[in-house]
Design a protein around this ligand. Structure first.
Ligand SMILES: Cc1cc2nc3c(=O)[nH]c(=O)nc-3n(C[C@H](O)[C@H](O)[C@H](O)COP(=O)(O)OP(=O)(O)OC[C@H]3O[C@@H](n4cnc5c(N)ncnc54)[C@H](O)[C@@H]3O)c2cc1C
Length: 624
């Protein structure tokens, strides 16, 4: 029989699997991407959108490291906006509506044309393991594929079960087979398995909606793009529309609540807190008169409309009845009913920071299998697992980012240090250094890492270095531009609603005023060079928020001290004096690599940390 030998095997072609396979193959590893249905690659089983707070940041970080999500998004965008522009730049977030089918098609083509990458449609049923080292996978047809590194990115498919009212059946997601054998295999291997659930709203027929009574949200009127490599574009053809539930809707839901598996106790697992079902919202917030529903188009060549905000597992008849009470949806027809899905996860505290499992060398896990929810959350893990699988087989150190460098690191640190009790969703509130982790500067933060691991090509890196130089040069120039309190200057300042100058000041000082922008000062800065928007935006943000940025960088210095205080691996915590019983259990389970990580483990007290430090210092002295 033919022997299939690869450097890296990726199981599952969702958002995590696609990034993992592309990263591994681009770096030069002979890679196999095996997935149960090749037509459903990078499928979006829920919202037809990429981005939003935290998620948009991550999509840009993926781009800066050399991943695919942002580029693929730009190929399939039908509507795009920058959210939160009334707040500071740390909160700005790109969000694009996507043509779902196009997103899949484009990703399939990218994978098919990637050197070093083979695709196969097969269901993986078992892992081949020898002496706690992964050696490959076995698929349903009995074929074996060998590799020293395997990345599992199987999403919601492990023992997946769908619920619509009282109807339930096994499925990986709507219309796809669940992955049963692999789930059993992982249990037998001794992984600690959890169970979570999520749900999706109904899709309705555009032709049965009365949009005239709804609020329209147009795409941005300035050019925008997700990838740092792409020029922004303006999109005009698709709008999002807003309507609301009302008391009648809530009454229909209350009347049917006993038929809702998420509410009547049929589903016992934890649901996502930050994206609750409409039933959950009505029970948890009975005082609220109504909830927003956004009607989002699903693509160019479809009449399907996604109902953001109406996540549900109500029985089909009740879904229709509830929707008919909503303004503009009185006659709407459901094309696909909403449903809940329950699935197995592998608790992520069984992973190292590289996303390799602690138990089996060479086995990596990425995406929803680790308890996350969301396309972007999955994609970033896939990218990091793909990079680190190649680093491992090349005998190199893994790429591990820290919480002050990227949202990617915030998510991975949260997963491996704290694990999950409910589906994990990224939000800006999770990042303590969010003023530094802006979507606009993801390239400045991360491109060098992507270049170092071989994902950023020389040409792109050179362009980036040029951009960096232009930013620095312009910042230096602005310090030298002295503005005198002339009539012209003070008239301009008066128009901008800011105090006139009484003495000369440089342009940098003037730009720190909230009312004054870089663009508005062009008339008083005649020598201003013509620079790309990406450069001027960076110059402006760095000047305007310099004080806050400096303060946050000081906090990062303290944070780094704790991260750089390394803890030797393989400590028997049960032999260490002074640590509480819970502390010993938690340290043994997580095996923290730094004092910073040790402090973030839930249940760890300051006394545990002090005892740990005393013992590490003692160990160091003994070693000396
Ligand atoms: C019903 C539903 C509602 C959701 N709601 C939201 C939401 O509102 N917002 C949000 O951001 N996210 C939502 N999600 C989650 C989001 O879709 C996922 O988090 C994301 O797609 C996970 O990406 P992934 O790559 O980990 O897995 P997936 O995208 O699920 O991909 C898994 C891949 O693995 C393959 N596979 C599985 N088992 C095997 C096997 N044994 N052998 C070979 N191939 C296998 C599958 O074919 C698939 O290609 C929802 C998901 C579902 C199903």
């Amino acid at each position: 029989m033919k022997k299939y030998q690869y450097d890296v095997i990726v199981v599952g072609a969702g958002h995590a699997g696609c990034e993992a396979a592309l990263a591994a193959a681009k770096i030069g590893a002979k890679t196999l991407l095996v997935t149960s249905n090749l037509d459903n690659i990078a499928l979006m089983p829920c919202n037809p959108s990429i981005g939003g707070p935290g998620k948009g940041h991550v999509a840009r970080e993926i781009d800066a490291l050399g991943g695919e999500m942002a580029k693929n998004t730009d190929k399939a965008t039908i509507h795009i906006r920058m959210l939160n522009t009334s707040k500071g730049p740390a909160m700005w977030a790109l969000r694009a509506q996507i043509d779902k089918k196009l997103y899949t098609q484009e990703m399939i083509y990218t994978l098919q044309t990637q050197e070093n990458l083979d695709l196969k449609q097969e269901m993986v049923t078992e892992l081949i393991i020898n002496n706690q080292q992964i050696e490959g996978v076995i698929v349903k047809s009995g074929l074996k594929f060998s590799s020293p590194a395997v990345i599992l990115a199987t999403g919601t498919f492990l023992n997946g079960k769908i619920y619509i009212g009282k109807t339930t059946y096994g499925a990986g997601r709507g219309g796809e087979l669940a992955s049963i054998n692999l789930a059993e295999n992982l249990k037998e291997l001794g992984f600690k398995i959890g169970r979570l659930n999520t749900c999706t709203p109904p899709r309705i027929d555009r032709r049965t909606v009365n949009f005239s009574s709804m609020k329209e949200q147009k795409s941005a009127d300035i050019p925008l793009a997700f990838s740092f490599e792409n020029e922004g574009k303006i999109y005009k053809n698709f709008s999002v529309f807003l309507t609301r539930t009302n008391q009648k809707t809530h009454q229909v839901i209350r009347n049917n609540i006993h038929r809702v598996p998420l509410s009547n106790g049929t589903i016992q697992s934890a649901a996502i807190r930050y994206c609750p079902s409409v039933e959950d919202k009505i029970i948890r917030f009975p005082q609220k008169e109504s909830h927003q529903i956004f009607l989002e188009p699903e693509g160019y060549h479809t009449e399907e409309i996604y109902l953001q905000g109406f996540f549900t597992s109500l029985p089909a008849d009740a879904q229709q009845e509830a929707l008919h009470t909503i303004r503009g949806l009185e006659n709407c027809e459901i094309i696909r009913y909403g449903y809940a899905i329950e699935y197995d996860i592998i608790y992520p505290n069984q992973l190292k920071y590289s996303l390799e499992t602690k138990m089996i060398r060479g086995l990596f896990l990425a995406g929803q299998i680790n308890g996350t929810s969301g396309y972007e959350e999955a994609a970033e893990q896939g990218l990091m697992a793909g990079i680190n699988a190649v680093q491992l087989i090349a005998g190199k150190n893994p790429l591990i980012l820290d919480r002050s460098e990227a949202y990617i690191a915030v998510e991975i640190d949260d997963l491996v240090t704290k694990s999950v009790t409910e589906p994990y969703r990224l939000r800006t509130g999770l990042a303590e250094y969010r003023l530094l982790l802006r979507q606009d500067n993801a390239d400045l933060r991360l491109i060098s890492y992507g270049y170092k691991v071989g994902l950023i090509a020389e040409e792109r890196y050179k362009k980036f270095i040029k951009k960096k130089e232009l930013i620095e040069k312009e910042k230096e120039r602005l310090k030298e531009v002295i503005i005198h309190p002339t009539e012209e200057v003070n008239n301009l300042l008066y128009k901008l609603n800011t105090t006139p100058l009484s003495q000369a000041a440089n342009l940098t000082t003037l730009l720190t005023r909230p009312e004054v922008t870089y663009q508005q000062t062009v008339s008083i800065d005649p020598q201003r060079p013509k620079l790309p928007t990406a450069v001027t935006e960076q110059v402006e943000i760095q000047i305007k928020y310099a004080g806050y940025i400096k303060r946050q960088k000081t906090q990062v210095k303290i944070f780094k001290k704790l991260e750089n205080y390394k803890i030797p691996q393989g400590i028997d915590y049960f032999k260490i004096h002074g640590i509480s019983h819970e502390g010993r259990e938690r340290f043994s389970e997580i095996q923290p690599i730094s004092l910073g990580q040790a402090k973030r483990i839930s249940g760890i007290t300051p006394a545990d940390i002090t005892a740990l430090m005393i013992n590490i210092e003692k160990m160091k002295r003994t070693k000396k």
